[in-house]
Design a protein around this ligand. Sequence first.
Ligand code: PSU
Ligand code: MN
Length: 303
Amino acid sequence: MLENVLEYAPEVLEARKRNLPIVALESTIISHGMPYPQNVETAKEVESIIRKNGAVPATIAILNGKIKIGLSEDELEFLAKSKDVAKASRRDLPYLVSNRKNGATTVAATMICASLAGIEVFVTGGIGGVHREAETTMDISADLQELAQTNVTVVCAGAKSILDIGLTLEYLETFGVPVVGYQTDRLPAFYTRTSPYSVNFRVDDPDQAAQLIRTKWELGLDGGIVIANPIPERDALDETFINEVIEAALSEAKENNVAGKDVTPFLLGKVKELTKGSSLIANIALVKHNADIGSRIAVSLLK
Ligand code: PSU
Ligand code: MN
């Protein structure tokens, strides 16, 4: 069954044959995370950064019910432009595949597909987490459960403070997911290089990251690892400014009774609107930076 559902791009197929490092990329960030045309431009630039470092990019999505491991330029363009591609997390995959639909994969779904394709490293912007007031809404991203069980390393810029970062760390601790700072002791908060929280461990180069990842899996400890890589200094946003924006976005979400899988896209959209585009520039910069570090880690894992 699986071989009929998984479809590799030619470049990725070739990389598999030659045992080259492959880096997975998600597609929700393209369809629901950034506006057109910056979304497709960023997706292409991120792929080229990965290639420059000697790895092969595999952007993942569901198209006509096929799990695509690597997308063509036309497919990227389609995802970037289309208004009605479903946001696809773990629970959505069986429906989208069996009904031959399209879906843009979240962190959780991208981890699942990467793991099916034997890909160990995945680069994105930020992970989902425990939302603020989750004690009453029970809104906890499926990304966290995926990190608990699926063997893929996720390179990101930490978690946005649209979330309750403290509770997100508690959840990850319970499920045994190491949160590792890349050249930092503080957990980055996406737009800012720091947050009030520490990471669990720190690595300072790709080899140290690769050793930790390899060791976890050799010990039979299933599940992912978060590599938290701070946004470059020059692209970081002012902490007070972004926190005010996030508070405003959160109260609008509450007023509008936004729930379920619409919460994160709603908040991201509001933040973008209220920062008049400066959050988008920061977002693009941090994803590219993650692609650079993530592909170096993927190369190191194959040494
Ligand atoms: N956080 C971001 N940008 C994103 C997302 C999260 O800063 O694009 C997307 C990712 O695809 C992530 C998903 O997996 O939102 C989480 O959604 P939810 O909170 O509904 O699980
Ligand atoms: Mn949610």
